[in-house]
Write a protein that binds this ligand. Structure first.
Ligand code: NAG
Ligand code: NAG
Ligand code: NAG
Ligand code: NAG
Ligand code: NAG
Ligand code: NAG
Ligand code: NAG
Length: 500
């Protein structure tokens, strides 16, 4: 009984094995190159089918680009504009009295005709804490199983939708996003993006199409009016205008301000406007009477003024600086506002070396001083220091931020002579030059001493063909100090004899 069971099992296994190998693609001696294709709708495609075995004929079967049976061993399926969504090309070969076939997997993709974003069943501003639905419509895209819809708020990815349909032809798809905005979302920009993830063989980067940005307005502080813009940054003496509007029925609204008042009116959009704003402390507010109460929203106003002058100087010092002493530079910024948005940048040449910010909250123009301590060294001789006043007024402010540079302050540094090596050995030959020249500020004077010299020589270079071997000492001197250098003069013969 047991034997019988195993025998049956054995027979079954062998017959399965036979039927599998008989139809397995590896057993059909043709090679596709490439083995699969991912092609844009309407794009061109070509795939080779080749064999290395003797055969009685091979060909391509397809609804477009078919290749009739031939004795060649390499045949190409080629379509210049592929527009058949369901195409299933196959390469067949007749050999060994049989025919076998290999199918080419084809993925045809199409980027969307449009991607659009909208709010579902709602218009106008949203109320803080309520729920709303956004919708992203993607038109005419394929294949949908490789489509991802990404939702963004500003630059942040907030949600993703994928689709599982296996349909290959283009479809319209909708993705929805529920939001519950709060006051921080006022002015937020939502948008969506359709992305076709077609794998490694697909186009890189994956094709994407984005919707427009949908900017949402959120009402909060129980006053249902909207200021546009919500805050302003104005140059002193410049023009300004801000709208206040509402969607709710009301009994009257107006602007209160020390300049540019708008008396109460039944209109639903009123504008505060000043052509030359010169009131530092101005605090305009929009008010509205509705539902038996009155409410008010105040407009934040920043008035700025670029400095009358920016100047640089050295504190309590004139003339050249001494190496490694400490000095103080000063940058004076006159008549600038608002000082809490002022930065003073210190530069040495093109390099930013220090920054000062100010924390005063005063809104009217002030004079400000920034100081910089420096301890110059010889490399700083000739350095150019300067400072710059910059008003960083945020996104609503002028771009680029207004800046005012000082003139440059050229620093002169006095430093003593210092030779890079204190001795030098020189072998006597025809053109003999002992060069004691060294950098120093002020320029040094030189003197030479040697038992072979009868008089003191004051040049930095000693040049002679009559010097005899021995020791020559040069002293370089300036107001900052002294540095000596010893030249050891040897005859060329001495070189080879003096082995120790
Ligand atoms: C197909 O074969 C032709 C002729 O040998 C060759 O020029 C072409 O590069 C081949 N294409 C691919 C994708 O291998
Ligand atoms: C997709 O939507 C567009 C516009 O509404 C329509 O013209 C088209 O027929 C739709 N396509 C499909 C496949 O439903
Ligand atoms: C398309 O998506 C399906 C399902 O996620 C995946 O199996 C397939 O590899 C994708 N196609 C390509 C060409 O990447
Ligand atoms: C007006 O007051 C009523 C009753 O208090 C309230 O239901 C309604 O929402 C209010 N309208 C507005 C626009 O706030
Ligand atoms: C700033 O300095 C200038 C020149 O020293 C002076 O005329 C002006 O009154 C000063 N302004 C303030 C606000 O102190
Ligand atoms: C000015 O500076 C303050 C303090 O750094 C900052 O809070 C404010 O946003 C700045 N104003 C503008 C208009 O950027
Ligand atoms: C001496 O050395 C200085 C600095 O290295 C150099 O500029 C100058 O040309 C030299 N003079 C001679 C005569 O070699």
């Amino acid at each position: 009984m047991l034997q019988h069971f195993f025998g049956l099992f054995y027979l079954l296994a062998v017959s399965q094995l036979l039927s599998f190998t008989g139809s397995h693609a590896d057993e059909c001696p043709v090679q596709l190159n490439p083995q699969r294709v991912i092609v844009k709708y309407g794009g061109s495609v070509s795939v080779n089918c080749s064999t290395s075995v003797p055969h009685k004929g091979m060909g391509w079967e397809a609804s477009e680009g078919s290749v009739p049976m031939t004795r060649d061993s390499l045949i190409t399926w080629r379509v210049s504009e592929l527009r058949e969504w369901g195409i299933q090309p196959s390469c067949f070969i007749n050999y060994n009295k049989e025919q076998c076939t290999v199918y080419l997997p084809v993925t045809i993709y199409k980027t969307p005709d449009s991607v659009s974003i909208s709010t579902v069943n709602h218009n106008g501003p949203m109320m803080e804490g309520n729920q709303y639905e956004l919708q992203c419509d993607v038109l005419n895209v394929a294949p949908v199983q490789n489509l991802t819809v990404n939702w963004y708020k500003g630059q942040t990815l907030v949600d993703q939708t994928i689709f599982t349909d296996t349909i290959k032809t283009p479809v319209n798809k909708t993705s929805k996003l529920l939001i519950r905005p709060d006051r921080a979302d006022d002015g937020a920009q939502y948008w969506c993006e359709a992305k076709l993830e077609l794998g490694e063989e697909g186009p890189r980067p994956p094709p994407t199409a984005s919707s427009e940005h949908l900017s949402i307005t959120v009402y909060y502080s129980d006053c249902p009016v909207q200021l546009n813009p919500q805050s302003v940054v104005v140059k002193f003496g410049g023009p300004v205008s801000v709208d206040c509007s509402t969607y709710v029925p009301h009994k009257g609204m107006g602007w209160e301000a020390s300049e540019g008042v708008v008396p109460m009116t039944r209109d639903s959009l009123i504008t505060w406007r000043v052509s030359e704003l010169r009131e530092w402390g101005i605090e305009p507010s929009c008010f509205m009477s509705y539902n038996k109460t009155q409410c008010t929203v105040t407009l934040p106003v920043t008035i700025y003024k670029t400095p009358d002058s920016v100047s640089i100087s050295t504190v309590n010092h004139n003339g050249p600086m001494m190496e490694r002493n400490q000095y103080e530079l000063q940058c004076d910024v006159l008549n600038v506002a608002p000082v809490q948005n002022l930065t003073v940048n210190w530069y040495k040449g093109q390099t930013l070396v220090d920054q000062t910010i100010f924390t005063d909250t005063i809104k009217t123009p002030v004079n400000k001083t920034s100081k910089l301590l420096i301890r110059p060294d010889r490399a700083d001789d000739g350095a150019q220091y300067w400072c710059e006043a910059k008003l960083e007024l945020g996104e609503e402010g002028p771009r680029p931020p207004p800046t005012a540079p000082s003139k440059t302050l050229n620093v002169e540094v006095y430093y003593k002579p210092k030779h890079s090596s204190s001795t030098e050995t020189i072998y006597i030959n025809e053109e003999l030059t002992l060069n004691c020249t060294v950098k120093a500020n002020p320029a040094p004077t030189y003197s030479w001493h040697s038992e072979h010299l009868k008089e003191t020589i004051s040049s930095s270079v000693l040049r002679s063909s009559t010097l005899s071997s021995g020791i020559y000492t040069c002293i370089a001197t300036n107001s900052q100090g002294t540095d000596g250098k010893v030249f050891i003069l040897k005859s060329t013969g001495a070189q080879s004899f003096c082995s120790n």
